[in-house]
Design a protein around this ligand. Structure first.
Ligand code: BT5
Length: 267
């Protein structure tokens, strides 16, 4: 890669509290999430960051794949040992999405938006995604890994058939190559800040920012819960655990903590 762990560490000095204490950069991995999880297991500290140039088995949610070609993108995982209970797992994903989206906006000036729970979009096309995985023990989170994938310098021709109509990259919108190293520094700084807010139970601040950055609230949406189960309604709000509150056509409310959102039409 065109940068080292030391380069990133140097740029982060005095800018972060816990995130990036240990940074491991690898050329090729199956999934940075898996590596981060293994490092936490063998005693690496909370805040350990794993970055790879290429993933062979990049993971999306629900067993889906994250397309992860070499040299172009950011594949980064942050291993943490949170102090909040497992019920805030969804909120951790929302917090991470706020941090990434703000970093992307600041660094590129592109009006990136959020779609619940984990998508970062440019003009309705996916530019990044977040996969949070955690290990729990009784009512405690033992460890969590936040995996961040951002399409940075992919060209239109780099996208395989299955995602070419739904995915995009920062380079496509800026018309020039973006520095992965500098963007990683921005993402880690912002993550550090928002993760601290979450630890300090500043949940309202996080949710308000999420709503401001998202194109989801107030829209009519279809929620795909599984192959057989779908719900249609108005996305009304986000509750303090990060769940999406859906108002159904009969006036009843549903709280959704996992699923895919399809935006139906603007109100
Ligand atoms: C996500 O899943 O959006 C989570 C993606 C997380 C990726 C990071 S990379 C670093 C870390 N290590 C990992 O192994 N994973 C994390 P989901 O919402 O389920 O979206 C997956 C869907 O997005 C796929 O089914 C495709 O339709 C689409 N997709 C796959 N690769 C993509 C890409 N590079 N860009 C845009 N869309 C993609």
């Amino acid at each position: 890669m065109e940068f080292t762990a030391e380069d990133i560490k140097k740029a982060l000095i005095s800018e972060v509290s816990d995130i990036g204490k240990e940074i491991v950069i690898l050329e090729e991995v199956e999934s940075t999430n898996t590596v981060a999880n293994e490092l936490l297991k063998i005693g690496y500290p909370s805040g350990t960051v794993v970055i790879a140039n290429k993933q062979l088995k990049g993971k999306g949610r629900l067993g889906r794949a994250w397309i992860s070609p070499a040299d172009k993108n950011i594949y980064l995982s942050i291993g943490i040992k949170p102090n909040f209970p497992p019920k805030y797992a969804t909120l951790l994903t929302l917090t991470s999405t706020v941090a990434c989206t703000l970093a992307l906006r600041r660094f590129t000036d592109i009006p990136v938006t959020i779609k619940w729970p984990n998508d970062m979009l440019i003009n309705n096309k996916k530019v990044g995604g977040i996969l949070t995985e955690m290990k729990t023990e009784a009512e405690r989170i033992k460890s969590a890994v936040v995996g961040i994938g951002i399409n940075v310098n992919m060209d239109e021709t780099d996208f395989p058939e299955e995602i070419k109509d739904i995915a995009t990259s920062l380079k496509i919108h800026k018309g020039k190559i973006i520095s992965r190293a500098l963007l990683i520094v921005e993402v880690l700084k912002e993550f550090d800040k928002w993760y601290q807010l979450l630890e300090k139970t500043k949940r309202k601040e996080i949710i308000d920012s999420w709503i401001e950055l998202s194109g989801t609230i107030g829209r009519q949406v279809k929620i795909v819960l599984s192959e057989r189960q779908q719900l249609v309604g108005i996305a009304e709000a986000i509750d303090e655990e990060g769940r999406l509150i859906l108002k159904l056509s009969d006036g009843a409310y549903e709280k959704i903590s996992a699923g895919d959102v399809i935006l139906l039409r603007a109100n």
